[in-house]
Write a protein that binds this ligand. Structure first.
Ligand SMILES: C[C@H](O)CC(=O)C(=O)O
Length: 320
């Protein structure tokens, strides 16, 4: 075993981040098969969706059940929990604390709170609540490639005074190069000496796996990934690459290959994600992929020269 990565645990985000591709339209059979495959593969966590409240998120009526996880529903989907733990993500302002059962009554083990840097204080209030209800917790700071030094330093102080178990470096735009990523990991390790770390990467520049490995070798413990890379836009680091390369004897590749063959290859015929040129362009420009996602929904989806010119012409303004 490569001892430099033996401390790592994989958090599979196929349903949660992949749901951003297909509006969480996964069948119960798909999710059950994925859970069994991840468990057989030795993957430690499966993020089975969002635990946001439909009351606090307008216009989401058409989304599949994994967008607003319900504990009773979850008990039917996974009647018997195996070794793989279950996780859910919440966004600040979109979660109703009355929906969160004490952990001993819930199927969930881990609740992760996503926020932008300016909302770390609000996110940590939620973390405290979930911690008090018995859950493992993470704080996932999104879009870190766009963050200023003083914002980070202020956030580190708040995090050090909090109960959060794991702090995530999230490369939401898939724009961090290995040197930048490595630098960020060092900074987090220096300023958060008593916190465990995690990373979540996107594959806009085909660096998701490389950056995740760098983090692993620097001691980062929780590594996000998804099967066949299914995740928003360019997708994520793939679960199969981590299972195959972390070389922990508990990891088995065959069950992940089974999931890919049975469900992911047919799904990729219908839904689009992965390394595609407009996503590469937003990644290299350090931008949210929403403009590229909008382009991919039009007949001009492969007109990347025009798209590139628009994004790089100074007088055209576009929001991040
Ligand atoms: C908190 C999650 O890691 C959010 C996410 O997927 C992102 O890319 O941002």
């Amino acid at each position: 075993m490569n001892s430099k990565t033996s401390h790592c645990k994989i958090v599979d985000c196929t349903i949660r981040d992949g749901g951003l591709v297909n509006n969480w339209d996964f069948s119960v059979e798909f999710v059950q098969h994925l859970y069994n495959c991840l468990n057989d593969a030795g993957v430690e966590y499966m993020e089975i969706g969002y635990k946001n409240s439909p009351k606090l998120l307008k216009g989401a009526d058409s989304a599949g059940p994994w967008r607003f996880l319900d504990d009773e529903f979850l008990r039917k989907v996974i009647p018997q929990k195996l070794n793989t733990k279950l996780s859910a993500l919440v966004d600040i302002g979109r979660v109703d604390e009355n929906d969160i059962l004490p952990r001993e009554q819930s199927m969930l083990d881990l609740i992760r709170v996503a926020c932008y840097i300016q909302d770390v204080d609000k996110a940590l209030e939620l973390v405290q609540l979930f911690h008090d209800r018995g859950y493992e917790t993470t704080l996932n700071i999104m879009a870190l490639s766009n963050v200023m030094e003083h914002q980070l330093l202020e956030a580190f102080e708040q995090i050090n005074n909090s109960v959060v178990d794991v702090v995530y470096i999230v490369d939401s735009y898939g724009s961090l190069k290995p040197n930048d990523f490595s630098h960020l990991v060092d900074k987090f390790r220096t300023h958060l000496p008593n916190k465990r770390l995690g990373v979540h990467t996107h594959n806009n520049m085909q660096l998701a796996f490389a950056n995740t490995l760098i983090a692993a070798e620097k001691g980062v413990e929780l590594l996000d990934a998804s099967v066949y890379g299914m995740g928003r836009a360019a997708g994520n680091c793939t679960t199969e690459l981590l299972v195959a390369n972390l070389k922990n004897p508990k990891y088995k590749l065959r069950p992940v290959l089974d999931m890919i063959e049975t469900y992911m290859i047919p799904l990729r015929e219908k839904e689009e994600w992965g390394y595609i040129i407009p996503y590469m362009i937003t990644g290299m420009l350090d931008e949210h992929p929403r403009s590229a996602m909008a382009l991919r929904d039009t007949p001009d989806k492969d007109k990347s020269v025009d798209f590139y010119d628009k994004l790089t012409t100074p007088e055209v303004s576009h929001s991040k």
